[in-house]
Design a protein around this ligand. Structure first.
Ligand code: VIB
Length: 225
């Protein structure tokens, strides 16, 4: 299957997610709150753009079934995943307005501009390739962290792990993989190679996103005014 090829191509990068200090410390429950807060702020902005990518998928869909998949994902991101962020923001003493008006970091801009550009310019298959690494890798990480002793019961980070390890999210990830396989099936190798390139690039940007969050990286101080 096409997604097996994608997984093989990125397995080294994906293994590195599990070794990343941000991910490991969520699992141990020892991650500094200020790093998590920074991540949540950036991730909220990420999800706003991500919803637009899903909307583009719906607009470009050639069948109602595909249109429904993208619009269901748009709905669950806006109402479930982003709700998790809103609840964490409340626990961290932030208002919704603050959350929505955070300053986008350079890594965030690099990631969402790339996905949006590929999705505006490309086909429904390019949209699927742009969102797959994100949906699938969070489920991969969530399921892995859920195996760490006590991680899902952690009073603060437990909800985060439980969301991404949940059956519902596992189903979303499988649905996206299935869609990618269907859309790639009939494509010539030249187009498959392009879909693979998008998936690899997004997988690398996922790693950069963990790095950005752990180091709370913004634009360099001297040019950030
Ligand atoms: C940088 C970054 N990458 C992936 C996700 C996870 N994610 C984003 S949308 C979606 C599908 C359903 O809402 C999932 C699983 C994230 N939050 N932030």
């Amino acid at each position: 299957m096409f997604t097996d090829r994608l997984f093989e191509k990125t397995s080294t990068i994906w293994e590195k997610y599990l070794e990343h200090p941000f991910v490991k410390e969520i699992g141990k429950g020892s991650l500094d709150l200020d790093k998590f807060q920074f991540f949540m702020e950036q991730d909220y902005l990420y999800l706003i753009d991500y919803c637009k990518v899903f909307a583009l998928g719906s607009a470009k869909a050639s069948r109602l079934e595909v249109m429904t998949i993208f619009s269901d994902l748009l709905h669950s991101t806006l109402n479930e995943e982003m709700e998790l962020h809103r609840q964490y923001a409340e626990k961290l003493g932030m208002t919704r307005t603050q959350l929505e008006n955070s300053t986008p970091s350079s890594t965030l801009s690099a990631y969402t501009s790339y996905m949006l550009q590929k999705s505006y310019q490309g086909s429904e298959a390019d949209v699927a390739a742009s969102v797959l690494a994100c949906t699938w890798s969070y489920n991969f990480i969530g399921l892995n962290l859920a195996q760490t002793e006590g991680a899902t019961e952690h009073p603060f980070y437990g909800d985060w792990i439980n969301m991404y390890a949940s059956d519902e999210f596992s189903q979303l990830a499988s649905q996206m993989k299935q869609l990618m396989n269907e859309l790639a099936e009939e494509k010539p190798e030249r187009e498959k190679a392009e879909l693979e390139a998008i998936f690899v690039h997004c997988s690398k940007l996922e790693y950069l996103f963990w790095d950005m969050a752990y180091d709370k990286q913004m634009w360099p101080q001297e040019i950030s005014s």
